[in-house]
Design a protein around this ligand. Sequence first.
Ligand SMILES: Nc1ncnc2c1ncn2[C@@H]1O[C@H](COP(=O)(O)OP(=O)(O)OP(=O)(O)O)[C@@H](O)[C@H]1O
Ligand SMILES: [Mg+2]
Length: 509
Amino acid sequence: MKLSIINKFVFGFLIIFCIGYVIMTCLINNMIVENNRVIVRSSLKTYQRDLSLYLKEYFNINELEMNETNIQADPAKIASELALRANNRIILYSADGEFLSDSANVEGRIIYFEGYDKANVKSKNKGMDSINFRQEGDSDINLAINNKSSFIIVPYGDKYIVAFSCPIIVNNERIGIFRITKDYSEIIKSSMDLLGLINKSIIFVFGAIFTFIILLSRKLTVPIVKLSKASKEIAMGNFDTEINIISNDEIGNLSKDFNIMKDKLEQQINVIKTDRDRLQKLEGFRKAFFDNVTHEMKTPLTIISGYTQIIFNKGFDDKVFIKKSIYKIKSECDRLHNMVLNLLEVSKAESDISSHALEIIDLSDLLENACDDMRIKADKYKSIITKEIQDDVNIYGNKAALRSLIINLIDNALKHSGIQISVKITLFEDSEHCVLKVEDNGKGIAQEKLCKIFDRFYKADTFLLVDKESSGLGLSIVKQIVNKHKGEIKINSEQGLGTEVVVRIPLNI
Ligand SMILES: Nc1ncnc2c1ncn2[C@@H]1O[C@H](COP(=O)(O)OP(=O)(O)OP(=O)(O)O)[C@@H](O)[C@H]1O
Ligand SMILES: [Mg+2]
């Protein structure tokens, strides 16, 4: 059976309480009873001594020998004389325990009422010899017959009457027994009251301890139950559960620590999830990159292999064909070479910028030079390059990487726009950034293709003329360079109208 902590506390306490209560009340009860007996015994001893003295005096005064015959001769007189001296009721018995006389006139009955006379007793015990009448349970007399003084306590209503019997011994011979009854209600009742009070105190103390234990166990178990529920929620992935236990002790600390642990756990899980997603994405990229590289290399290699095979089969007689083949093989080799260079560029750009030499660069100067270099290519497409370059725009960056960025953007504007277009290059700086714009009025890029423009090997235009110079890696290199310089790049384009590329790089990274 599964018992909750609170029930264990209750059961445990009840068992301890029952055993403790029984033991304590027995012990206290015995102590009180024993104490009462000691008090009664010592007071009765005094009585016994006094009565023996009075009895001796009685026989001396009356010049009688102290023997059994003289006691039995006039027991009523002896009883009344002794009662007068002792100021107490006296009952006389023979040496064999036969009733002789009672100063209270009730034939030795321990319990009697006021106004309870002898005639009444006789009529009540019709058919019985009143002289020999002895009550059941008169064990004190039975012991006195055996020469032992003893007493019994007889409870009656709210009273406690003590009956005390003692043998009258003369010359080692028992000549009679006298018995006295005395009301010890005061002493015994006060002891009983004390016992009742102690019992009530024990119950009160145990009750207080019980209430305290219940409250304490509730204080302990309620947070444990809350913690257990919250742990289950967390195990199910619900991190919104917050434990709020306001307590300035270990329990309060536990709830605070639990919340901290939960937050840390949530953070860790989020980090793991992000890493997992990043790894999955990276894995996807790697696969796509590998597929694209092999695909891109397959085409020129197939062409090269095809032409060499034909030459090998046909021989070297057809000079025209051989010239055409060599031209094709050369152009495919250039394409492959170009692709390998671009791949090298990608891998270089991927490495941390901190490994590159960083320096203050005069971007205005760098841009001027790059425009001049690209003029030959512009002439090839019968296009023009115009510039609007602010002087002395200095940024902290990598010179080779930034030159590559500029060349790639101008190259794209010339290469993908068609012939006879104009390319406008602008450079200026605002409070924190330098802004580089490359605009052309060429063919533009379709809106649906703009989102993929930075993907490796992505080509928005499959126009054959430019295809042999295009590997789809330029913008991905540009994007990496911008990222390494903590900048941003935006491409706005409309088909048929042209393209605008805006790069913003912080002046100090
Ligand atoms: N200014 C532009 N006008 C029109 N299309 C452009 C422009 N710039 C880029 N594109 C399109 O975006 C594609 C990706 O450009 P990216 O620079 O990455 O590769 P690429 O120029 O084709 O090859 P690479 O730069 O590796 O020689 C290009 O193929 C082209 O279709
Ligand atoms: Mg390009």
